[in-house]
Every structure is written in C-alpha cells, then in structure tokens.
Design a protein around this ligand. Structure first.
Ligand SMILES: *Cc1c(COP(=O)(O)O)cnc(C)c1O
Length: 451
C-alpha cells in the first residue's frame, strides 16, 4: 500500500524554533507606542509582556532552543502526522499529490497550543500569576486555558460576544481547563463598559476584546496579556510545524511545489511556511500561498500601513496589512479569520514577493471542506477549509494542465465545535460577501499618522 502518513518519533521532534527575522530581505518597521507615537521600548511593553518573550519578539537570532518543559508538553500530541489525502486526490481525479500537516490532533483541536504552551511557560518564568486574553472563535481561549493550567497560572478570557453565544461548548472547554471567561464587551473592564454604552447592540469584535484583555493586564501587576497570533514570537513558536514537515517530506523524498495556509492573524500559515520560505530563499523552487476570506480580505484588499492592533488603541501600533482598526467584520463562520490586521512578518514577506495571497468566499470553502470530510473523514475547522479550497483548486489546475504537482497545506484545526456552521451550510443558509473596497478606503482616514 502506498504510504499515506508519515509519523516522526518523539525523539525526532525538532528542538529549535526558526526566526525568519534573521533571513528576511527587509527588516520590520519598529512597533510604536499608542500613547506617544514613538517607537515602543521593551520597558514600555514589559507592562503586558514578559522580557523573555519580548526578547524573542525583537531579536534577529535565527534559532531558539525550545525549553525542555515545553518539549515535554508538546510531546502529548507532537510530532503531528503529515498525511497524504489520496482519497481526496481520487475524488478530484487529479495527478497532483496532496499532503497536509494535521494540526487538529492537539488536545485543543488546533495549532494554537504550539504558542500557548511557551507563552504560559515564559510568563511563569517571569513570576506572573495570571494571563488575560481575547478569543474570537474560542480556539485560542481554549489553548491558553489548557496551557496556563499545566503551569499553575490563572487565566481570564474575553470572548467576542457573538461567538460566545454561538459556541457555548467553547466556554465549557475553557472552564474545564480552569479558566474564567466573559462575553466581550463585558462589564469587567472600563473599556468594555464604554463599548457597551457606545454600541449597545454590538456583537463584539476581536479589536474590542483585545482592548479589554490589555486593560486587564495593564491594571494588574501580577497579570500579563497573551496574544495567540500576529506577533513575531507567536509566529516563531509555530515554526515547529514547518520544521517537522521538512523532515517528513524528506522521508518521502518530496519537495512541495506549493505550500498553503489560511490566514487570520497569520500564525498557522507562518508556522508551516516560514521554514519553507527559508528554503525558497536558499534556492528551493516552491510557491508560498496565503488564503483569506473574501469578507475579511486583509492582505488582498487592505493597505500596508501602521495601524492600531485593537479598537481601544491600547495595544502597540504595528506596520502590517490592515482593513483599519475600526473594521467590524460581517458574521462569517470562519471566526478565527476575522481580524482586521495581519502578522507584520507575513505582511513584510508579501511586500517582498515571497508570499502570494488569494481570497475565497465562504460557500466555496465549505464545499471544499465537505468534500474533504467525505473523502478523508476529518471534519475541518471553517478556517482550515480556506486552505483546503486553495489546495483543491491547485489540484484541479494540475489536472487541467496534465501536470504532476506536489501540494502541501496546513490543516490548522478540526471543526467539532463548529457544527452550527456546517448545519447552516447544509441548509443552504450561507452566502458570500465581498468586503467593499470603499469601506477599506473610509477606514484609512482613521489610521494613526506615524513618522
Ligand atoms: C485561530 C485559527 C486560525 C487563524 O489564526 P492564524 O493566526 O491565522 O493561524 C486558523 N485556523 C484555526 C483552526 C484557528 O483556530
């Protein structure tokens, strides 16, 4: 039988994270403090992040040793399998080979624990007692709850209200791992109370929930803030995915022609893609493709500019692709892809033509997700169906061109908490929404003026 799954042994798990800042053709623009409009110093950011993580955030050091305590927890589900979707290939009648890295096997159901665990570890090392955070679809809140629990830290999660109501079992999971959770905007913070007064019917947004979590950390000395995407150190931690994939593909004697990931804040994509971008810069012939929803087209329709990371202007200002911090996303079902910004690292690499970006409407993505579930068995997260849709399109093109093609995509999570979205799709209740360019242009007038 043809090999359809490559597992690495625990002892073959990579022991280092890869920092692409060491090899990028152009460096990142510095983060700006939202109160002073001047470059933010590590001391200023130390109010909400520990120094050890800030070091990883700012350093050009190429490799970072993964602490043994983190490796020990990773070993609960890592190395994750690299699988070949032969049944999907057959369903498509394509000559292409489709491989996927299966990050859905983590206890929280996605790639997010790859950074939640080191985030909790480094904060514990720094003497912090509690972490505050936001969550959109609930994946990040779950992952951080699990991780803080392992290290004996408390955790407070502000969950976007609409998702809190739509996905009650994410709350149950977060409570099971011992964390507290509030629908955002909440009455727990000054910003939350202000948002509720200003926008009484708001479904909540990630931008608002981030403001609440940051305020919580700023006001409490023993509390830090933890972000599950976007930041450099988060992308760094996720590179364990791509480092494993390189080893697994080497065992198969394969190099991908195209590497694909969905992008919300950019972290699961970065995790698989950055090690491959290193190889591309060293001469590997590979395309790198980021996939986003047409309803939140940060990279394909947004601008590359300095913007606030949150609605309440408390988080650092960073240079990235953005739809504007005033963006209120339409209620698409891939909740994890609804952020107004993009990881500065991913944005810079798009600018430098090392990464291509494409957007798809949600119905085409669910269609691809359903095909995947019915051929491979695994029910993907709505976010992950964007990567699947792109992989399917690449495979169909290979068939039309009569060419072989090796496709590798990141299966960022499973969809077991997202069955209401599948119900809506199956009942024909989902529609596509293209975010209008005019709204992007309007939002530009609210961008901070830097430099
Ligand atoms: C959070 C999430 C995403 C989007 O976040 P990134 O930082 O862009 O990876 C994608 N897929 C799943 C399953 C998620 O939970």
């Amino acid at each position: 039988m043809e090999q359809i799954r490559v597992d690495l042994k625990t002892e073959d798990m990579p022991k280092r994270w890869y920092n692409i800042q060491a090899d990028m053709p152009n460096p990142l623009a510095p983060p700006i403090h939202p109160a002073t409009n001047e470059p933010a110093t590590p001391e200023q950011m130390n109010v909400i992040f520990p120094m050890n993580l800030l070091e990883q955030e700012m350093s050009p050091q190429r490799w970072w040793e993964i602490p043994q305590e983190v490796l020990d927890i990773y070993a609960l589900w890592r190395p994750t399998p690299l699988q070949r979707a032969t049944r999907l290939e057959k369903a498509l009648g394509t000559p292409a080979k489709i491989y996927y890295k299966n990050e859905s096997v983590s206890p929280a159901g996605s790639h997010k624990p790859n950074t939640a665990v080191p985030s909790a570890y480094y904060n514990k090392q720094a003497g912090i007692k509690r972490l505050s955070t936001e969550t959109g679809a609930g994946q990040w809140g779950s992952a951080l709850s699990m991780a803080t629990n392992f290290f004996g830290l408390e955790c407070t999660v502000y969950m976007v209200r609409i998702s809190y109501e739509q996905k009650p079992y994410r709350k149950s999971l977060i409570n099971t791992w011992g964390a507290s959770i509030y629908p955002s905007p909440s009455d727990q913070t000054e910003a939350g109370r202000r948002f509720r007064e200003e926008y009484p019917d708001t479904p909540g947004t990630l931008g608002m929930a981030i403001t609440e979590a940051v305020e919580d950390a700023v006001n409490n000395k023993d509390t830090n803030y933890s972000l599950g995407s976007v930041l450099n150190h988060v992308c760094l931690h996720q590179t364990i995915i791509g480092e494993e994939a390189l080893k697994q593909m080497a065992l198969l004697g394969e190099n991908p022609d195209v590497v694909i990931g969905c992008v919300g804040g950019g972290s699961n994509f970065a995790g698989l893609a950055f090690p491959y971008i290193r190889e591309k810069m060293a001469g590997m012939d590979v395309r790198i493709l980021a996939v986003e929803p047409g309803s939140c087209p940060t990279v394909t329709k947004g601008v590359y500019a300095y913007d606030y990371g949150d609605t309440g202007k408390m988080a650092p200002i960073v240079k990235m692709h953005t739809l504007g911090h005033t963006f209120v996303p339409p209620g698409i079902h891939a909740g994890g892809l609804r952020y107004h910004g993009m990881a500065p690292l991913v944005s810079r690499l798009v600018k430098d033509n090392l990464v291509e970006a494409i957007s798809y409407g949600q119905t085409g993505c669910f269609e691809a997700g359903l095909l995947f579930a019915r051929s491979e068995g695994l029910v993907p997260a709505p976010e992950s169906t964007h990567a699947i849709k792109a992989a399917v399109d690449e495979a169909i093109r290979a068939k039309e061109e009569g060419k072989e093609r090796v496709i590798l995509f990141n299966l960022s999570g499973h969809g077991h908490f997202d069955m209401a979205a599948y119900d809506a799709y199956l009942a024909g209740q989902l529609s596509d929404y293209e975010y209008p360019t005019e709204l992007v242009e309007q939002a530009l007038s609210h961008l901070p003026q830097i430099g």
